[in-house]
Design a protein around this ligand. Structure first.
Ligand code: HEM
Ligand code: HEM
Length: 194
């Protein structure tokens, strides 16, 4: 269950792949719903789901970091040059930070939005999580200035994340197909490296 010097434990692998699918899905659907959709009702529907799954990503990110802290041992990296080691650490660290910046900026943007203001919109679109509970509002709604700030952070963070992911996936594929070491295999669900 725990990580060792040669393999990732199953919780680390589960966090990695479940969150990878969720985050990539969020980024693709988020871009589509915000920029390429004419149907307003579908846009609202998708945005509400986006907020709900975004909350799930946030909750998983908290659990993942706690698990990582409780498991400081991780499989050793293969022999790498100094800059590759540095790039790997920087990319991983950046992805961890973005796992929080993405959902938190989305939440603050949605909190500040006039759509969340029952005085401005009688049809007020609350920030619900799967229709079960409402996210708290750290910012009073209808603050268009702060909404724009957090929208900018949300959108630009997603570009940064896409860039880091290209490096991350590119590095994983290089390890697998060029260096032919076990770095990708040992992260795969049933992959084993003896
Ligand atoms: C949103 C998507 C993704 C995120 C946020 C993400 C994030 C991370 C992070 C933070 C680590 C470092 C784990 C640690 O040291 O605690 C990691 C490791 C890893 N990731 Fe990803 N990842 C994503 C997608 C992918 C994809 C699509 C691949 C494969 C093509 C991949 C392959 C790997 C591998 C092989 C490792 C292990 C590296 C090692 O053993 O040292 N990741 N990932
Ligand atoms: C992993 C988490 C998340 C990712 C990867 C993500 C990604 C994205 C992306 C790429 C966009 C399109 C931005 C644009 O082009 O304007 C977007 C839009 C949006 N996101 Fe997120 N998001 C996440 C979490 C959240 C959360 C938790 C909320 C709110 C509680 C949220 C609320 C929104 C809203 C309201 C929009 C529409 C903005 C507009 O209409 O321009 N997001 N998201």
């Amino acid at each position: 269950m725990k990580n060792t010097h040669i393999r990732w434990g199953w919780p680390a692998k589960a966090f990695h792949w479940i969150m990878a699918v969720l985050i990539i899905g969020m980024a693709v659907v988020g871009t589509y719903m915000a920029n390429f959709l004419d149907d307003m009702f579908l846009q609202i529907e998708l945005t509400q789901r986006h907020k709900s799954f975004g909350f799930v990503v946030f909750a998983l990110a908290v659990l993942r970091v706690l698990w990582r802290w409780a498991n400081p041992v991780t499989p050793a990296l293969p022999v790498l040059s100094a800059w590759e080691r540095w790039a790997a650490h920087l990319t991983h660290y950046g992805l961890y930070v973005l796992m929080f910046v993405m959902p938190v900026s989305g939440w603050l943007m949605a909190s500040a939005s006039p759509l969340n203001d029952e005085n401005a919109y009688p049809m007020q679109i609350k920030n619900m999580v799967f229709g079960v509970f409402e996210l708290p509002d750290p910012i009073a709604p209808s603050d268009k200035g702060l909404e724009a700030v957090f929208h900018t952070i949300h959108a630009y963070s997603s570009y940064l994340m896409a860039g880091l992911l290209l490096l991350h996936v590119g590095a994983a594929l290089k390890h697998h197909f060029v260096d032919r070491d076990g770095v990708l295999r040992r992260m795969l669900p049933w992959g084993r490296v003896e």
